[in-house]
Design a protein around this ligand. Structure first.
Ligand code: IPM
Ligand code: MN
Length: 385
């Protein structure tokens, strides 16, 4: 498995000018294909750093199954400390068959990701749903419905709702029956801050925002809709706001994903809809995500966690065939959101698009045609840079 250097920094004897921006981030590669794609993403990032005059200062730490195996828990304290002293987290993916027998609460996905989200108040999960025109055959949607590919963004609230609301427990009733409860709960202020993120994203695009809820049934959704409406009216009259019930949204995503520009929704709905969006975008190997915190990093920008959407793919781990693009694109999101380096971020995004559309493809996006491995894919991106 690919080895990631513990830290990367220019040798002390180079005369690096003091003004070169230093990117201080934690590297949590995780399990199975996590370290493989991470190694390639870092190689691409080092290349961009050279071009843009950036200094990378990253520290690797165990997380997920690697955390369980080496430290006895999915999110070791030492890993959390490293994240705390960084400006961003570049995350791989965690979990897999090796740890599936553990109780649900101790499993890598739940025991690593959820506490990190809560600890750093990573309340805004931004997932671009992007499918290049050249790859529409990878989508399960008929290509005549998406002639230009897909280009939308899902913004999911990530630290509230059913995931974290209390009470959250299973009890035995007096009659001996078992009862479980999860609590869906939202404060107005939580809805306002995710709306602000959605507005900021919509302003970088078509200024169209669709808020998704279940206001015909849920009390939290009534507050959600009212809050989003008032917030947009007051702070963003330039944004064209619409609302949709979640069941209809699930259907509309399949009927015509390009009716959406930016969608914003609560945690559980967002979990489901973002997976639906991912599948209609073809390969999970192409999709990145950013989870932005309420707190600022040492640069005064949002602290964030950046991860590919695809998971650990145990079936192809160790074969050198995983698609590194999602991890590479996640580094672009990190540059943009946590380091304010929009030009460098776009450079990476353009290079990935160029590499893929000009024919360099891993097996997952090759449609049975010629495919290349993880490392060669990263090389193609580097050449395109
Ligand atoms: C995701 C995942 C997580 C979630 C799981 C692994 C806890 O599905 O990031 O979407 O449900 O949020
Ligand atoms: Mn999910």
């Amino acid at each position: 498995m690919a080895k990631i250097p513990f830290t990367f920094a220019p040798p002390a004897d180079t005369d690096t000018p003091f003004s070169m921006p230093t990117l201080k981030f934690a590297v949590l590669a995780g399990d199975y294909i996590g370290p493989e794609v991470m190694a390639e993403a870092l190689r691409v990032l080092e290349h961009v750093a050279g071009q843009e005059g950036l200094v990378l200062q990253h520290t690797a730490a165990d997380v997920g199954g690697a955390g369980i195996d080496n430290h006895g828990k999915a999110l070791p304290d030492s890993t959390l400390r490293i994240c705390e002293s960084s400006d961003a987290i570049l995350f791989g993916s965690v979990g897999g068959p090796k740890w599936e027998k553990l109780p649900p609460k101790e499993q890598p996905e739940r025991a690593a990701l959820l506490p990190i989200r809560k600890h750093f108040t990573l309340f805004a999960n931004i997932r671009p749903g992007l499918l290049y025109k050249e790859l529409t055959a990878a989508s399960p949607i008929k290509t005549d419905r998406i002639p230009e590919g897909i280009d939308m963004v899902c913004i999911r609230e990530l630290t509230g709702g059913l995931y974290f609301g209390k009470p959250k427990e299973t009890t035995t009733l007096p009659d001996g029956d078992l009862q479980a409860v999860d609590t869906m709960i939202y404060r107005k202020s939580e809805i306002e801050r995710i709306t602000a993120t959605a507005i900021a994203t919509a302003r970088t695009r078509k200024h169209k925002l669709c808020s998704i809820d279940k206001a015909n049934v849920l009390e939290t959704s009534v507050l959600w809709r009212k809050t989003v409406t008032e917030y947009v009216a007051k702070h963003a009259p330039d944004i064209e706001l619409t609302h949709m019930y979640v069941d209809n949204a699930a259907m509309q995503l399949v009927r015509g994903p390009n009716q959406f520009d930016v969608i914003v929704t609560e945690n559980m709905f967002g979990d489901i809809l973002s997976d639906e969006m991912a599948v209609i975008c073809g390969s999970l190997g192409m999709l990145s995500s950013a989870s932005l915190g309420a707190g600022k990093n040492s640069l005064g920008l949002p602290f964030g966690l950046y991860e590919p959407a695809g998971g650990t793919a145990p079936d192809i781990a160790g074969k050198g065939i995983a698609n590194p693009c999602a991890q590479i694109l996640s580094t672009a999101l990190m540059l943009r959101h946590s380091f304010g380096l929009d030009r460098a971020a776009s450079r990476i995004e353009v290079a990935v698009k160029k590499a893929v559309t000009s024919g360099s493809r891993t097996a997952d996006i090759a449609f049975g045609g010629a495919s290349i491995g993880t490392r060669a894919m990263a090389d193609a991106v580097i050449s395109a840079l």
